[in-house]
Design a protein around this ligand. Structure first.
Ligand SMILES: [Zn+2]
Length: 588
């Protein structure tokens, strides 16, 4: 949220939301608003609206809405500070250079810069070792055997960490503090804490770069039979495994251009695929994909072909990644490479044996994830009812994640056919679990709460906009607790707090405090065509709420009386009932 007086706040005040959104969506003036086709969901008739005065947008179809920054964040898939910059640039507002605010920040930045410098030096060292030492020659022979020629070795910065144990340490020690060297992860400290040594020894080194191409870690493969076969950098201030995708620095442009990415498991796979001329490949460098990695990928495309190893671990990783990708609205296909002889093929082996063309052909034919899953389910024993149930239990969680109801239904038919399951039975199971998980599902239009009643809508509009009397109105609502129990109670609560505050609070900030469902109701009300409110109308709405409150209490008293007609306190209850009826009559 834009903090008052901050740069973001200034940009927000100066930016024209219609102009900014107009660069992405063709907008047409319609009454007070501008409307157009929503860029966030496919549609043929416009349900996307921009309000020039309130500086908000809202889609009546998919429910997306917010201010100019949230629009840009969603369109550009970028974080808030980036969105502020984008908007500022579009509106010709000069962007100040980022300043380190505190001494801690400065220290952190210096540390990060030093860690990156250590990695740069280590990288140069490893490359030199591979090129010009006897040990390095053996490593090169191994790489050539794996089909990696000098050009590829240079292109991917592959190097070699020698066996000595302190060769890199001797190189770095004169320049950097011990603590920093250990923090970088390329140097380790033994258990006694007394001795430092090279973390990577007798290993082929693969530099791992962050999104902007700076080397922040190494992935290393043992040259001989040393264990572990793969040893990577530990988590450090500049490297977190779950935040990074191998090869992303070079793949982002091809991914954006082709609007899809190929996801493989390890760096050898990514290198093999990239060498084959397919640049839009990234590796998760771990057995399964983490959420930050998916978000990173999602900034460049929403379409991915998963090509993990065909072994059991790879299958499990594929299925775990599928779940996450589907939750983030990715369109997912799965490429399961056929075995070569009796060997299961990962992308590296497959391309080496069958060539790039064959790989590209399979890539093009990669089936949607549901086909892949059905094929997996069909490998289960389907001869018994229990077996079928197991297969169904395996499939169901994925099918439920298909956001589109029509598509979901189509898949249900296919699954029924392929697994020979009675279709109505399957549909019933699907519907049942659909209701059970409703609470965790993203808000789809059909799940949105009932539209608020007219009185609530009018009062909400007045609380948001009636400058003349919104404070008075907020006081009356709060004092009589008239909004409690309403469907829109939370919207009221937020607006009353805003109405009673001395500072004007813009609608977007109130919206940001609300849950998604309430935010939608609130924005829809703000976009309604409505006449100027009057205090008279406000009073009649308040009266209606007051009546509603009395009626509800009366019903409660009546119920208590009926539940226990001779009980204690009956007289008080009857008196209260009389009183309530009198008040109701007076309220008309
Ligand atoms: Zn929409």
């Amino acid at each position: 949220m834009a903090e008052a007086g901050s740069f973001a706040d200034r940009v927000k005040q100066q930016a024209d939301i219609v102009r900014v959104i107009g660069e992405y969506v063709r907008l047409k003036k319609s009454g007070q608003n501008f409307t157009g086709l929503c860029p966030f969901h496919g549609e043929k008739t416009p349900s996307f609206a921009v309000h020039p005065v309130k500086q908000i947008f809202h889609c009546f179809g998919c429910g997306k809405g917010g201010d100019v920054f949230s629009f840009v964040m969603d369109m550009e898939k970028c974080p808030f500070p980036e969105a502020v910059k984008v908007v500022a640039e579009k509106c010709g507002i000069p962007v100040p250079r980022p300043k380190e605010r505190t001494p801690e920040e400065r220290k952190e930045n210096q540390q990060r810069a030093a860690l990156i410098e250590i990695h740069r030096e280590a990288q140069a060292f490893f490359v030199r070792q591979l090129e010009s030492t006897a040990e390095g020659r053996a490593a090169r022979a191994y790489l050539e055997d794996r089909g990696l020629n000098a050009e590829t070795i240079a292109r991917f910065g592959i190097g070699y960490a020698p066996s000595g144990g302190d060769a890199l340490l001797r190189q770095l020690k004169p320049k950097y503090a011990e603590k920093l060297l250990v923090e970088s992860g390329v140097i380790s400290r033994d258990q006694s804490g007394a001795r430092l040594f090279d973390r990577f020894r007798r290993r082929i080194t693969f530099p791992i770069a962050n999104e902007s191409g700076k080397i922040v870690a190494f992935g290393c493969r043992a040259l001989g039979d040393d264990l572990p076969k793969y040893l990577n950098s530990p988590e450090t201030p500049i490297y977190s495994k779950s935040n990074l995708l191998y090869h992303m620095d070079r793949a982002k442009e091809p991914i954006r251009r082709q609007d899809f990415a190929i996801l493989v498991e390890g760096y050898m796979d990514a290198i093999a695929v990239a060498r084959a001329g397919i640049g839009n490949v990234v590796a998760s460098c771990g057995t399964s994909l983490a959420e930050p990695q998916i978000k990173l990928l999602g900034r460049f495309t929403k379409r991915v072909i998963v090509n993990y190893d065909p072994d059991v671990a790879g299958q499990a990783a594929t299925e775990r990644s599928l779940t996450l990708l589907l939750e983030h609205d990715f369109e997912v296909r799965v490429l399961a490479l056929p075995a070569i002889g009796d060997k299961k093929a990962d992308p590296d082996l497959f391309i080496r044996e069958k060539g790039a063309e064959a790989y590209i052909k399979l890539l093009k034919e990669a089936p949607p994830y549901v086909d892949y899953l059905i094929a997996r389910a069909r490998q289960m024993d389907l001869s018994t009812g229990e077996g079928k149930q197991r297969a169904l239990n395996f499939l169901m969680p994925y099918v439920q994640r298909i956001p589109n109801a029509l598509l979901r239904s189509e898949w249900a038919s296919r699954i029924a056919q392929q697994l020979r399951i009675d279709e109505p039975v399957l549909r019933a199971a699907l519907n049942k679990s659909a209701t059970e998980r409703r609470s965790e599902v993203k808000v789809a239009p059909q799940l949105v709460g009932k539209p608020a009643k007219q009185i609530e809508r009018r009062l909400i509009r007045m609380l948001a906009e009636a400058e003349g009397f919104k404070r008075e109105l907020a006081q009356r609502l709060q004092h009589g607790r008239l909004y409690e129990g309403l469907e829109t109670e939370k919207v009221f609560a937020a607006l009353i707090v805003a109405g009673l505050s001395d500072e004007p609070i813009p609608a977007t900030e109130i919206g940001a405090q609300l849950e998604e469902r309430e935010r939608r109701v609130f924005f829809e009300i703000l976009f309604e065509d409505a006449q100027e409110p009057t205090w008279e109308e406000a009073e009649s709405c308040l009266d209606a709420l007051r009546r509603r409150q009395l009626e509800q209490e009366l019903a409660k008293v009546q119920k208590t009386i009926e539940a226990n007609p001779s009980g204690a306190g009956l007289r008080e209850l009857l008196e209260r009932k009389q009183e309530l009826m009198k008040q109701l009559a007076a309220a008309g």
